[in-house]
Design a protein around this ligand. Sequence first.
Ligand code: PEP
Ligand code: MN
Length: 347
Amino acid sequence: MIIILKQDAGDAGIEAVSEKLKEHGYVPNVTRGVSQTIVAAIGTPNLSEKELVAPQLQALDAVAEVLFVSKPYKLVSRESRPEGTAYKIGGEGGGREVEIGGHNIVMMAGPCSVESREQTLEIARDVAKAGAVMLRGGAYKPRTSPYDFQGLGVEGLEYLAEARRETGLPIITEVMTPGLVEKVCEYADVLQIGARNMQNYDLLREVGKFRTPVMLKRGLSSTIEEWLKAAEYVLAGGNERVMFCERGIRTFEPSTRFTLDLSAVPAIKKASHLPIIIDPSQGTGRRDMVAAMSKAAIACGADGLLLEVHPHPEDALSDGQQTLDLKQFAKLMSELKPIAHAVGRGL
Ligand code: PEP
Ligand code: MN
């Protein structure tokens, strides 16, 4: 159930609604938007909402409307914030602030894996010069084979932090286990939850306890609804700055590494108020398709792109086949600008 308050409800009105909800065994979750304050009723008490609680709520002076959301992802749902959500990330460790879900398309670029100090600094400088506003790079890597490069761990996080200090780019990096969330939060501006961990509920609960924003990648075989429910775990824990990332799903088609489901963009926009990012690198697994899918992603309403970039993709320790070199990235940036403008966004 979602309770929309009248414009003049004030703190007393919020208090009255919250008290009424608690009386019936709900936990109230208040969202103060620019034009509307909304209270989401979390929980499933043994009462029929429609018959008993809703009329009592409607009778309160402060209440404009009571909406029934039967969906199991109330906090994530579009109904709980109809105008959509934009929020700032970064601003620490020498990094700039970047708005996610606002006017500008957020370009996140960098290597699949942090490989060395020199590699990280060089890529950070070059992607910043080409117009990226965030640096990506995995220090903890989820690799399909245990014999593949597994990432540099804390050493890699240190290199990312140094690159942030030098270039001002906030960093996004993956965390794979609940026990490492606190450590990765010391460095990351955004925590990446990888596709293989989308339904790792202990990890989702753990990142929900922190205030570092979270990018939740879609699981390889996850439905949109499973993805929304996974995000609900993080918001229910109190961490509200979540963004989705579509990175391709498993289908019968072998010519691409995954099938990049761009219809997830309008689907998520309809179902949720949270921003959505597209990762055409994992999504296609093919360097020659990254530019086309990046353009399509912006055209269909994505809030940002996550791109793998490396000075020598052929030497990359992971995902070289889908990685752009710096020239290709700079060219793509200039090609994306008019598309962003055409859909009323900036880049
Ligand atoms: C990555 O971003 O390099 C990565 C491993 O992503 P995913 O979890 O989508 O495979
Ligand atoms: Mn990768």
